[in-house]
Design a protein around this ligand. Structure first.
Ligand code: UPG
Ligand code: F6P
Length: 716
C-alpha cells in the first residue's frame, strides 16, 4: 500500500447512475447494482486508507433521460466521483447492445487516467460488460482486477432455456455468449471475485470454466442504515400513505409489500396469484406492489411491459380492486417510507423472485424492522439465515407462499421477534462499514502479493515529436504493391515528425526487419511482432521489456503445446518464440475454435486464441494481441487512440481496428473482416494494399496539418 492512499476505479457500465434519487426500477438495467456501486463508492471513499474513488460509467446524452447522466464528472463525496465516459452512440442503450463500444470505453478510461496523472491501484468491475472493460484496462495498466458479477449470464441463459426460449432467440436478444465470454475472461484475469453470498459462489460462479475457489470472497453489500430504519411514528403523515390509500377500501389493514424492478425473474405474478387465491389472506391484509416507475406501460420495453400487463390482468382476474395498491411513480426517497409504513401496519415484505442473486431489498426490509417472506432460491437463504427475520418459500408454490404471508401477519408475537431480529441482523451483518473494512483488507493482500511489475508509467511520449501514429499490418496491407508503398512512405515523409509510423506483424523481429529491408522500408518508430507479443521502438529496435513481463501473466507454453497435441485437425506450425505458438488448422476436421478455447480453460490453460485466413490458429498470452499492444504503446507514449490510425486486412487485426483507434480495412481484406463493415470508426477502403492505407489516410484527413498551437507572440 503506497503512502498516497488507495486510488480505486470502480466500473459499472449500464443503467442510469447518479449520486442522488436513483431512478431504480425505471428500466431493466437500473436496479440493485446501481444502488450497490454508488453506495460502495461512498463507503470506500470514507475509509481512512482510501485517497480516491472513481466510479466509471457511460455518459448518456438523450432527451428521454435526465441531463444528470450527461455530466462528465459528478462528485458524490469529497474524494469520490462518478466519471461518465463518452463512447459509442450518445443516447441511452440497453446493456445487451453495448458490446461493440466497450473497447472504446477502455480507451476513454485510459484518457481519464492520464488526465488524473495517477494509475489506479485496483480496478473493480461490476457485471459482465464492466468485466470486459476492466480486463482490458487491468491488462494495459498492469494493475490487479477485482470482479463482481451481480447477475451471471450462465444462470440467466439456464433460466431463459427453462422458459423454452430458442437458443438462437436468446443469442439474438441478449448477446448471451459474448456476455458469458466476458464473464469468463474477467474471472480468469481477476485476482479476486467478490460475491454477495455463499450460494452465489456455489451455485452460480462455480458454473464457470474460470471458477477458481481460492480467488472467491463473500463480502455481502451493506445498506444505507441512515435511510433504512424502523418506523418513527411519523409514518402516518408520510407522502406515500396518500399514494397508497387511494387504491384501498380498508387502508388500516396490514400491508404486504413487494418492491422490485418489473422483471420476469422477480416473479410478481405468482405473488398476486398467492394473494388472490387465499381468501383469508385477502381479508386480513392489503397488497402493495412497487414495480419501478412507469408513465405508459404500452411504451415500455418488452420485459417490464409484460410484467406490468400481467399484473393488471391478475388484479382483474381475482377482482382485487380496493385490496391491491400499485402506484405508477415513486421517488427514491419514498422507498424507506414504504418499508416503514408496512412495518407500522405490522405487515410483511415479500421477495418471490424465481432466483435472487442477493436481494438488497431484504436487508432494506430487515433494517426497517419489517419481517420477510422470501424465495429460497439464492441470496435470501443467507440473509434470512443470518437475520432470522422471516420465512423462506418455494417461489413456484403459490399456496405455500400465501400461507407463509398469512402466518407472518397473523402471529403478532412471532412478528415482533422477526422484526427485532431483522434490525439487529442488518446492523450486524449488512453495514457498508463492515463491508469496506473487509474489502480494503483484501485489496491490501492483493497488492502486497501482486507482481510488483510497475504499472505502465504514464510518462509523456518517448518520441515527443509524434502527435499521431500510423500503424500498418505488414503482409498484404503495407506490403504487396511496390508503387503504392512508395507513395505511402512519401506521404508519411512529408508529414514530418508530427506523424509516426509503426508496423505490426505476425512474424518475429528478425524476419520482419528482413522483409522491411527487402521492400525498402526505413526503420519504423514502432514494430510490434508476433501478433502483439513483442514491442520494439526506434532505430535500435529496443524491446519493451515491461510489455514482455506484462504478458507473461498466466502464460504456460509447455502446457498449451501438450494440450493442443491431442486436438484433431490441428498441426504445430512453429513455436519459435516465447510468447506465440502457431498452428495450422483444418476447419473441416478440427473442433470449433470456441470448443478449443473451453477445452484449454478446463485444463486451467489460458491463451488469446487467434484464428485467421481460415487456416491459421495462433496462441498468444491472454494479455497479448495487436490491439492490446497498440493500446499499451499509446498509453505509454501519451497518444490518444483517436490519434492512431491502424490498417489491416485479416481476422487477427480486428481488435486493432475496433475501439477509438481509427480503423482502415484495405480492399484486399480476407472475408472474416466483413462483419466489421458499418461499425463505428472503421473505414473499408476500395484500394488494395498500401493504396488502401493511403485511401484511409485521406478519408480521415489524418495527415493534414492540425492547427499549430497558438503562441503568445502571434497573439500580440
Ligand atoms: O421500484 C423500485 C424497485 C427497486 N428499487 C430499489 O432497487 C434495488 C433493487 O435491488 P435488488 O432487489 O437487489 O434487485 P436487482 O436490481 O435485480 O439487483 C441485482 O443486483 C443486486 C446488487 O448486487 C442484487 O442484490 C440482486 O440480487 C441482483 O438481481 C433496491 O435497492 C430497491 O430498493 C426501487 O427503489 N424502486
Ligand atoms: O437480467 P440480467 O441481464 O442478468 O441483469 C440483471 C440486472 O439487474 C441489475 O442489478 C440492475 O441494476 C444489474 O445487475 C443488471 O442490470
Amino acid at each position: 500500500m503506497n503512502n498516497q492512499g488507495l486510488y480505486i476505479a470502480l466500473i459499472s457500465v449500464h443503467g442510469l447512475i447518479r449520486g442522488h434519487n436513483l431512478e431504480l426500477g425505471r428500466d431493466a438495467d437500473t436496479g440493485g447494482q446501481t444502488t450497490y456501486v454508488v453506495e460502495l463508492a461512498r463507503a470506500l471513499a470514507s475509509h481512512p486508507e482510501v485517497a480516491r474513488v472513481d466510479l466509471l460509467t457511460r455518459r448518456v446524452i438523450d432527451p428521454k433521460v435526465s441531463p444528470d447522466y450527461a455530466i462528465p464528472l459528478e462528485p458524490i463525496a469529497p474524494n469520490a466521483n462518478i466519471v461518465r465516459l463518452a463512447y459509442g452512440p450518445r443516447r441511452y442503450l440497453r446493456k445487451e447492445v453495448l458490446w461493440p463500444y466497450l473497447d472504446s470505453m477502455a480507451d476513454q478510461a485510459l484518457q481519464h487516467i492520464r488526465e488524473t496523472g495517477r494509475v489506479p491501484d485496483i480496478i473493480h468491475s461490476h457485471y459482465a460488460d464492466a468485466g470486459y472493460v476492466g480486463t482490458r484496462l487491468a491488462g494495459l495498466l498492469g494493475v490487479p482486477l477485482i470482479h463482481t458479477g451481480h447477475s451471471l449470464g450462465r444462470e440467466k441463459r439456464r433460466r431463459l432455456l427453462d422458459r423454452n426460449l430458442e437458443p438462437r432467440q436468446i443469442e439474438k436478444h441478449y448477446n448471451i455468449s459474448e456476455r458469458i465470454d466476458a464473464e469468463e475472461m474477467a474471472m480468469d484475469v481477476a485476482d479476486r471475485v467478490i460475491a454477495s453470498t455463499r450460494q452465489e459462489v456455489e451455485e452460480q460462479y462455480s458454473l464457470y470454466d474460470n471458477y477458481h475457489p481460492r480467488r472467491m470472497r463473500v463480502i455481502p453489500p451493506g445498506t444505507e442504515l441512515s435511510r433504512f430504519h424502523p418506523p418513527t411514528g411519523t409514518e402516518g403523515n408520510s407522502r406515500v400513505k396518500g399514494m397508497i390509500e387511494r387504491f384501498l377500501t380498508n387502508p388500516e389493514k396490514p400491508l404486504i409489500l413487494a418492491l422490485s424492478r418489473a422483471d420476469e425473474r422477480k416473479n410478481i405474478q405468482t405473488l398476486v396469484r398467492a394473494y388472490g387465491e387465499n381468501k383469508q389472506l385477502r381479508d386480513t391484509a392489503n397488497l402493495l406492489v412497487i414495480a419501478g416507475n412507469r408513465d405508459d406501460i404500452g411504451s415500455m420495453e418488452r420485459g417490464p411491459r409484460k410484467v406490468l400487463t400481467d399484473l393488471l390482468l391478475l388484479i382483474d382476474r381475482y377482482d382485487l380492486y380496493g385490496q391491491v395498491a400499485y402506484p405508477k411513480h415513486h421517488h427514491a426517497d419514498d422507498v424507506p417510507d414504504f418499508y416503514r409504513l408496512a412495518a407500522e401496519s405490522h405487515g410483511v415484505f415479500v421477495n418471490p423472485a424465481l432466483t435472487e442473486p442477493f436481494g438488497l431489498t431484504l436487508i432494506e426490509a430487515a433494517a426497517s424492522g419489517l419481517p420477510v417472506v422470501a424465495t429460497r432460491d439464492g441470496g435470501p437463504r443467507d440473509i434470512v439465515g443470518h437475520c432470522k427475520n422471516g420465512l423462506l418459500v418455494d417461489p413456484l408454490d403459490s399456496d405455500r407462499m400465501g400461507e407463509a404471508l398469512l402466518e407472518a401477519v397473523s402471529n403478532r408475537k412471532q412478528w415482533e421477534c422477526w422484526s427485532d431480529n431483522g434490525i439487529k441482523g442488518a446492523h450486524r451483518y449488512y453495514s457498508w462499514h463492515s463491508h469496506v473494512e473487509h474489502y480494503v483488507q483484501e485489496v491490501g493482500i492483493v497488492l502486497d502479493k501482486h507482481d510488483k511489475a510497475r504499472p505502465v508509467q504514464l510518462r509523456t511520449s518517448r518520441l515527443p515529436t509524434i502527435e499521431r501514429l500510423v500503424v500498418c499490418d505488414l503482409n498484404d496491407t503495407l506490403l504487396g504493391d511496390p508503387t503504392s508503398l512508395r507513395d505511402l512512405l512519401e506521404a508519411l515523409e512529408e508529414a514530418g515528425d508530427r506523424v509516426g509510423f509503426g508496423v505490426v506483424s505476425g512474424q518475429h523481429l528478425e524476419s520482419t526487419l528482413a522483409v522491411l529491408d527487402e521492400w525498402g522500408v526505413q526503420r519504423p518508430d514502432l514494430v510490434v511482432t508476433l501478433m502483439g507479443s513483442e514491442v520494439y521502438y526506434g532505430n535500435r529496435m529496443v524491446e519493451d521489456h515491461g510489455w514482455r513481463k506484462h504478458i507473461d501473466y498466466r502464460w504456460d507454453p509447455e502446457g498449451l503445446r501438450q494440450a493442443m497435441g491431442d486436438i484433431p485437425g490441428v498441426r504445430l506450425q512453429a513455436a519459435d518464440r516465447d510468447h506465440k505458438i502457431d498452428y495450422f488448422i483444418d476447419p473441416d476436421t478440427a473442433p470449433p475454435v470456441r470448443k478449443i478455447i473451453r477445452y484449454l480453460r478446463n485444463l486451467d490453460l489460458h491463451a488469446n486464441v487467434v484464428y485467421s485466413h481460415e487456416r491459421f490458429l495462433d496462441l498468444l498470452p491472454i494479455r497479448a494481441s495487436k490491439g492490446l499492444a497498440l493500446r499499451y504503446v499509446a498509453a505509454k507514449w501519451g497518444i490518444s487512440p483517436q490519434h492512431i490510425l491502424a490498417a489491416g486486412d485479416s481476422g487477427n487485426d480486428i481488435e486493432m481496428l475496433r475501439g477509438d483507434i481509427l480503423g482502415v480495412v484495405v480492399g484486399n481484406h480476407s472475408h472474416e473482416l466483413e462483419r466489421l463493415r458499418g461499425e463505428p470508426g472503421i473505414y473499408f477502403a476500395e484500394a488494395h494494399h498500401a493504396a488502401g492505407v493511403l485511401e484511409g489516410l485521406h478519408h480521415y484527413a489524418f495527415l493534414e496539418a492540425r492547427q499549430p498551437p497558438v503562441t503568445l507572440e502571434e497573439d500580440e
